[in-house]
Design a protein around this ligand. Structure first.
Ligand SMILES: Cc1cc2nc3c(=O)[nH]c(=O)nc-3n(C[C@H](O)[C@H](O)[C@H](O)COP(=O)(O)OP(=O)(O)OC[C@H]3O[C@@H](n4cnc5c(N)ncnc54)[C@H](O)[C@@H]3O)c2cc1C
Length: 372
């Protein structure tokens, strides 16, 4: 019997699932996008080319085998032999998934869903136009972000600089040589050539800033730290990613993507985890004939993230030292595995040993139970 699957939302997780349609021969799939949620601007997904990321790796705009974490005191450069960092254009990825899914028979509908009713056979979607009744709903709509949780917020520009100041072989994941007065603040650079790079001002804090704050930080960094000379702005990107533990929008539905807990709480990275969440659901489908979505994170990682976030919240001043210590303690490939949720106990132990102990003991016994 054919089963109807509705996918709510048309972002990263929705399209990553839709593109697997041909592997679900007994599913009729409809992606339902809300017309009022404007198409997201093109931006980069940065992540590591670890196992399971081959498709994304093939589409990467650029990869880097070296990356740096800089503080006022120290510059740490990590080198990876096996798992480079990479940047994927969100527009290119989504466009590819959309075209491929359509070829596989996935239907795309634009509709305002106002209510979802459930009965013994499945779900009825009440919308501004008729939609097919469905047996299962994969819900990728953005979950509510609780007030006061830690956010990763950023604004960036891709520039062409007068001076050849960028090392195109080395990404800068964090450069803390910027104003630390509003939270944990760093500059992120994806260099595409000696003259061209994406430069972002990124802050971890519970509240976003006026656009001028990020823009000013980038200007100061370009003028005073790396001395780009004149700059031509090619494009802009901005975002706010919740760092913490979110509740899915509707617990009757199957939550996927950010709504399904795929965002790594301590880093805001999600692309890799979305791919893993969907791959694991597909494996379950192949083995048991049922699509089942689970958290793509290991429990131990979520626990470590909770403690780490509690430390960052209570001691943001320690952030440059903490990140720099982690980078010094690990090889590039180990860092890639840890950030991608694939670390083994030896890597985790190295990280624990690299941390200053007192703030973590405090977080363990007081802060980590609180909302982060
Ligand atoms: C600018 C930016 C840069 C990022 N960079 C990185 C990065 O470098 N690396 C990384 O790993 N992660 C990154 N992330 C985080 C994460 O990878 C992305 O947010 C990713 O798009 C999450 O996928 P998703 O499918 O869960 O959500 P989305 O891609 O946001 O999709 C949600 C979908 O639901 C729809 N929707 C939302 N609310 C409603 C509603 N109420 N009703 C109906 N539809 C709704 C939206 O229109 C959208 O189609 C970034 C995020 C942003 C915003």
């Amino acid at each position: 019997m054919m089963r109807q699957l509705a996918i709510l939302g048309g972002g990263c997780a929705a399209l990553t699932l839709a593109v697997k349609a041909s592997a679900m021969p007994d599913m009729r799939i409809t992606v339902i996008e809300h017309p009022d949620f404007a198409k997201a601007q093109d931006h980069n997904w940065g992540c590591w080319a670890v196992e399971g990321m081959q498709n994304a790796h093939q589409m990467a705009r650029k990869t880097w085998h070296r990356w740096a974490i800089n503080t006022e005191k120290k510059a740490v450069v990590q080198s990876a032999q096996h798992f480079p960092y990479m940047a994927i254009s969100s527009a290119a990825w989504k466009g590819h998934c959309r075209i491929t899914a359509k070829r596989q028979g996935v239907e795309f509908r634009s509709a305002r869903v106002s209510q979802i009713n459930q009965d013994q056979t499945g779900f009825n979607l009440i919308a501004d136009q008729p939609l097919p009744a469905c047996h299962q709903i994969a819900d990728s709509r953005t979950p509510d972000i609780p007030q006061g949780i830690m956010l990763q917020h950023f604004r960036g520009i891709e520039i062409l600089a007068e001076n050849p100041v960028f090392d195109p072989d080395c990404a800068v994941l964090m450069d803390f040589r910027c104003d630390q007065s509003r939270g944990i603040h760093f500059i992120y650079i994806l260099p595409y050539s000696p003259h061209q790079a994406l430069i972002e001002s990124t802050i971890f804090s519970p509240q976003t800033e006026d656009d001028a704050f990020y823009d000013d930080a980038i200007t100061r960094y370009c003028d005073d730290i790396i001395k780009t000379g004149k700059r031509q702005v090619l494009r802009r990107e901005a975002g706010v990613i919740p760092m913490g533990f979110l509740t899915q929008r509707d617990d009757r539905l199957d939550a996927i993507g950010g709504n399904g807990g795929a965002i790594r709480p301590s880093s805001g990275y999600a692309f890799t985890f979305i791919q893993r969440q969907i791959d694991e659901a597909m494996l379950h489908y192949q083995q048991r004939g049922v699509l089942r979505f689970t958290s793509p994170h290991q429990r131990i990682d979520l626990w470590m993230d909770k403690v780490f976030l509690a430390v960052l919240r209570h001691r943001p001043d320690l952030a440059p030292t903490l990140f720099s210590h982690v980078a010094s303690a690990l090889h590039g490939d180990e860092m890639a595995l840890f950030m991608s949720g694939l670390a083994n106990y030896r890597i985790r132990l190295k990280i624990i040993m690299a941390m200053p102990k007192w703030p973590f003991f405090r977080a363990l016994f007081s802060g980590s139970g609180q909302r982060v």
